[in-house]
Design a protein around this ligand. Structure first.
Ligand SMILES: *[C@@H]1O[C@H](CO)[C@@H](O)[C@H](O)[C@H]1NC(C)=O
Ligand SMILES: *[C@@H]1O[C@H](CO)[C@@H](O)[C@H](O)[C@H]1NC(C)=O
Ligand SMILES: *[C@@H]1O[C@H](CO)[C@@H](O)[C@H](O)[C@H]1NC(C)=O
Length: 585
């Protein structure tokens, strides 16, 4: 079915295709989300050696938020919160188990069908809604093609991109990025059984082992089965997870990373051109700057910060190309453009001494750390010429969850009333009509554990932050968990604090010196106020099905997206597509 047919059908169902006069007054909405980008990686956030002219330009023409906070420090829960406007715990997308993100494309967990995304509400208001790039919010529930978690079942009329996330296995030249730590015992058992089998077999051949051939072949068969399932699940990860899809169809399995970024960029530009009559919503969810760092030739060796710097500069160029398309189509003044990152930069990924992850500037900690600012404070820029004041900077606490009510409001929709929405409409703040954001408290979760909470005491302009739990850095004083590449949320590698560690972020943004009763006379009162808010907040969390539980996060062959006959899943249809899209114009 062509896109226009889908839109037409959508119109018929939703009866929203009114006069063009009402729809054309609604702004287009372009949301660009980077992956793993640190707040310290960007020029307009204080980096003076990296070149990000396009993102800096967006800030110059728009509003730059300096305290823009993600609901979680890792991809899946942060993105779930972004799409639903709710803390990820409310949709079951944050978990107290071993896994904090979806581990397989063929896992059954994902954004629950009964959650409402802002795209669904915008669609009801007559928007053409597109999602291009990384999803990482699940695919199917019960059978291979039910696609219950897919963007097309979550309010989008168009999807192109990667339903999973980049990881090292997507790059055939890199070492496996599979979390061997999490599966090391399974690996050990599998290989011990295989080795034992081999020893027995040799023993039998030499006449040293008195077992029958029958028993031996049974053992060998079991060993083979174990080994096979290990390699099927873990050795083939590139085929299982690194897939490019257009709408419901796989176009590349596995994807060819060296051309993915440019395919996505071209597709984003084409989406804008196709929908120039508007109103449209485009979520452009970049694969940059998550490892592996596959950089196009034009940018290799061009930055002052090695491969990672090159990758950031390439990302900025891509952002610029998409913004240029808005300009060329004359849509700039009628489009709310937004740029943010899904969480902080990943400090611990290094190869030798070479940093392959992001930089969080003056903020402590990074990706996977929920309490420390570095994990959750990200760039946040809005531009809408003529509506938002150019070049303004806002220090108030805001959240990525605010996108939900903000866009729904702009589209003329209403918020769902049967559930709690944690985000707040940002327009009054962005337009300078109110001095403060509506957020008084924000809660900072690591998995299902509440690690910290912030209190914006508006009357005195203070931002207090209490840490109930903090990861124990290794090596000590290193600022990260370099022994395991991510910090844990609970257990022996996490310290609990009673009373909590207290900081005042406007005075001490780097969270360097915890306050005490001696240095802060109101210490007890402040902690009490935050404790009380945490308690009230906890009462609003109700148990829901756990999308990231071990069972929902396991690889399930019957859910594996497959371009071919399972398990022989491979194809490359991008060539054909390039020709088709050209003929469509
Ligand atoms: C700029 O970004 C690079 C790459 O992340 C980082 O190494 C460098 O320290 C940053 N510079 C500043 C001044 O923040
Ligand atoms: C777009 O908005 C800016 C700022 O209000 C204004 O200066 C410019 O003339 C507008 N451009 C068009 C094409 O309307
Ligand atoms: C979605 O369904 C689950 C399971 O039935 C339920 O617990 C949850 O409250 C529902 N969520 C919403 C927003 O209705």
């Amino acid at each position: 079915m062509s896109n226009s047919a889908i839109i037409l059908l959508g119109c018929l169902f939703l009866k929203t295709c009114g006069s063009t006069a009402t729809t054309s007054s609604k702004p287009n909405i372009l949301l660009i989300i980077a992956d793993d980008l640190g707040i310290g990686d960007i020029g307009c956030y204080g980096n003076d050696t990296i070149r990000t002219p396009n993102i800096d330009g967006l800030a110059k023409e728009g509003v730059r938020l300096t305290q823009h906070i993600t609901a979680a420090p890792v991809c899946t829960p942060s993105r779930a919160a972004f799409m639903t406007g709710r803390y990820p715990l409310r949709s079951g997308m944050d978990h107290n188990g071993e896994y904090r993100v979806l581990m397989w494309l063929a896992a059954s967990g994902g954004i629950p069908p009964n959650e409402t995304t802002f795209a669904e509400l915008l669609q009801q208001q007559g928007y053409t809604t597109g999602y291009i790039g990384k999803w990482h919010l699940g695919v199917s529930c019960e059978s291979r093609n039910d696609h219950c978690h897919h963007p097309l079942n979550n309010g989008f009329t168009y999807f192109y991109g990667m339903l999973f996330s980049l990881f090292d296995d997507c790059d055939p030249t890199a070492e496996s990025g599979i979390d061997i730590r999490g599966h090391s015992r399974l690996w050990l058992y599998t290989h011990v059984v295989a080795l034992a089998n081999l020893t027995l077999f040799i023993g039998k051949l030499l006449g040293l082992v008195p077992v029958s051939w029958k028993v031996l072949s049974l053992l060998a068969f079991c060993g083979f089965l174990l080994l096979f399932s290990w390699y099927l699940t873990f050795g083939m990860a590139r085929y299982w997870n690194c897939i490019l899809m257009r709408n419901h169809d796989i176009t590349e399995q596995p994807m060819k990373l060296e051309r993915t970024a440019s395919l996505l960029m071209k597709d984003a530009r084409a989406f804008i051109e196709r929908n120039r009559k508007g109103p449209f919503l485009l979520v452009f969810s970049l694969l940059h700057v998550h490892a592996p760092l596959i950089i196009s030739e034009k940018f290799i060796g061009k930055s002052k910060h090695g491969k990672y710097g090159d990758f950031v500069e390439e990302m900025d160029w891509i952002v610029g190309q998409v913004l240029d398309t808005l300009d060329k189509e004359g849509l700039k003044n009628n489009t709310l453009a937004y740029f943010a990152s899904d969480h902080g930069g990943h400090l611990e990924i290094k190869k030798g001494n070479v940093q392959l992850g992001g930089w969080n500037g003056i903020y402590k900690g990074g990706k996977a750390m929920a309490g420390w600012e570095g994990g959750i404070r990200v760039p946040g820029i809005f531009r809408w010429p003529g509506v938002l004041p150019a070049g303004s900077v806002i220090d108030e606490p805001t959240s990525l969850m605010d996108i939900f009510p903000t866009t729904v409001h702009l589209a003329g929709g209403t918020l769902p009333e049967d559930r709690i929405i944690d985000g707040r409409d940002l327009m009054p703040l962005l337009q300078g009509k109110v001095p403060h954001s509506e957020h008084e408290f924000l809660f900072h979760y690591c998995g299902a554990y509440l690690h910290a909470a912030r209190w914006h005491q508006k009357d005195i302009g203070a931002v207090w932050k209490a840490h109930y739990m903090t990861p124990i850095f290794k090596p000590e004083g290193a600022g990260g968990c370099y022994d395991t590449t991510v910090c844990d949320c609970t257990g022996e590698h996490v310290a609990t604090h009673d009373p909590p560690l207290l900081f005042e972020l406007t005075r001490d943004p780097s969270e360097a010196e915890p306050l005490s009763q001696d240095t802060e006379p109101r210490f007890k009162e402040i902690i009490q106020r935050i404790d009380q808010a945490v308690e009230v907040h906890r009462k609003t969390i109700t148990p829901v099905p756990q999308q990231l539980s071990a069972i929902n996060n396991a690889w399930k062959p019957w859910l594996q997206p497959c371009c071919g006959t399972f398990p022989m899943c491979w194809c490359d249809k991008e060539q054909n597509k390039a020709i088709n899209s050209r003929s469509k114009g």
